[in-house]
Design a binder for this molecule. Structure first.
Ligand code: ZN
Ligand code: ZN
Length: 414
């Protein structure tokens, strides 16, 4: 039974970098294994969404997994909640949150509660919201809710039961502005908006009285007495990858958001020690785990985060170094992977060093496997892949191409 590895190098595609002599990090990196795969297989360019459209990692991954983001994107709230490890059901509404400091007129003094919040305070904030605020609202509106802090000042609030995502933010997105009132943006959202406005009131009341805020005040830090909400979105019902492409999929990703997307699409998440989406990630372990997983799954996806992080930091040399470490990981993958494995490598978008942010450039794509056409491209890079067998594909084509080699798809027509 054939199987496939898909590697997405986050933000790896780039533009010419002065510091690298006008080359891209992919052109400069010494990556004998990936370049050998490119030489033995075939390359192309990919428009992840559409030419020139700048994708977020979330919309990009949805597209590459075959879900048109214009149709399926549930908004940041639900994806953030999935990333935080909360299980969401279709219809649940999720918000992204910030804890903040406000004065008695609910004017925002600090949108991030000083940013530094110690783990004990995180638990106390969650405790107050989940045990003192939300039960009152449940009694009044019959809406179930859960609040969870994620990183620093950020968190998520999930509502369940007769709720609508069509409500405006309470986050005024500026210091010196008053906490906004949530407005219903459609008729079905009136109760949800009322719930949210009551939430704002109660959170202020209860958090202002919390013990940890007395301590913060004594220490000269502002109290954390507000939870600002933004980006409401409703969880969609995704047809799982397993039925869509008739594959058994697994995901190895350090980044919570990507793992959350994988889980929403029905992939089994496999944990790897020291693989958390940082520049020190253990790529060797991740790719060895992927090779082993291909014994149980016929599709394994590995997400590499730090190529993107290096670009956001403008660190060209760092990006080159990450690619070289990924290449070493790929070498050990090949030693351990079953013989009938196909390999696909691409990026979810470009994050050029010179821009330090995502751009809508096309990204390189390559396919390798027992019966994959060999073209005459011998290096995996933005420039070389432009001359390859695959020409120009779209992100949404990737899973069909993979399933085509795996032979899992029904014929279209007779
Ligand atoms: Zn990305
Ligand atoms: Zn990025």
């Amino acid at each position: 039974m054939p199987r496939a590895l898909l590697v997405i190098l986050d933000g790896c595609a780039d533009r010419p970098v002065k510091e690298l002599g006008g080359k891209t990090p992919l052109e400069v990196a010494v990556k004998p294994t990936i370049d050998r795969l490119a030489a033995e297989g075939s390359c192309g360019l990919m428009d992840v969404i559409s030419p020139g459209i700048r994708p977020g990692s979330d919309t990009a991954h949805l597209a590459i997994f075959g879900y048109d983001p214009y149709k399926y994107y549930p908004g940041r709230g639900p994806l953030e909640a999935l990333g935080a490890g909360l299980m969401l059901s279709p219809g649940d509404v999720a918000f992204r949150t910030n804890v903040a400091t406000v004065n008695s007129d609910l004017i925002v003094v600090d949108r991030r509660g000083g940013r530094y919040i110690d783990p004990g305070e995180v638990r106390e904030i969650e405790n107050v919201v989940n045990n003192e605020v939300l039960p009152i609202l449940k009694g009044k509106y019959g809406i179930d809710a859960i609040y969870k802090q994620t990183v620093e000042h950020r968190g998520v609030l999930v509502l369940r039961g007769g709720v609508s995502p069509h409500v405006s933010d309470t986050d005024p997105h500026a210091v010196g502005a008053k906490v906004s009132e949530a407005r219903a943006l459609s008729n079905d959202a009136k109760v949800t908006a009322e719930f949210i406005n009551e939430f704002t009131k109660l959170v202020y009341e209860k958090l202002s009285r919390a013990e940890f805020n007395e301590r913060r005040t004594r220490e000269g830090r502002g109290p954390i007495n507000m939870v600002l909400l933004r980006g409401a979105g409703s969880m969609r019902n995704f047809e799982p990858l397993s039925s869509r492409y008739r594959i058994k999929p697994a995901i190895i990703a350090g980044v919570a958001l990507i793992r959350g997307i994988g889980r929403a699409l029905g992939m089994d998440a496999i944990n790897v020690n020291n693989y958390i989406g940082s520049k020190d990630d253990d790529f060797m372990a991740a790719f060895q785990t992927a090779a082993k997983a291909l014994g149980n799954y016929n599709f394994v996806f590995v997400h590499v985060k730090s190529t993107d992080s290096m670009s956001h930091d403008g660190d060209a040399r760092g990006k080159v170094m990450i690619m070289e470490r990924v290449d070493a990981g790929m070498r050990s993958f090949l030693e351990e992977a079953p013989g009938d494995t196909y390999i696909f490598i691409t990026c979810d978008h470009a994050t050029p060093i010179v821009v330090k942010d995502h751009t809508g450039d096309p990204v390189p794509f390559m396919a390798w496997g027992p019966d994959v056409m060999k073209d005459d491209i011998t290096q995996f890079s933005e420039r070389t892949c432009a001359r390859g067998f695959w020409n120009r594909i779209r992100g949404i084509d990737v899973m069909n191409i993979i399933a085509n080699y795996l032979g899992t798809l029904e014929k279209f027509g007779e």
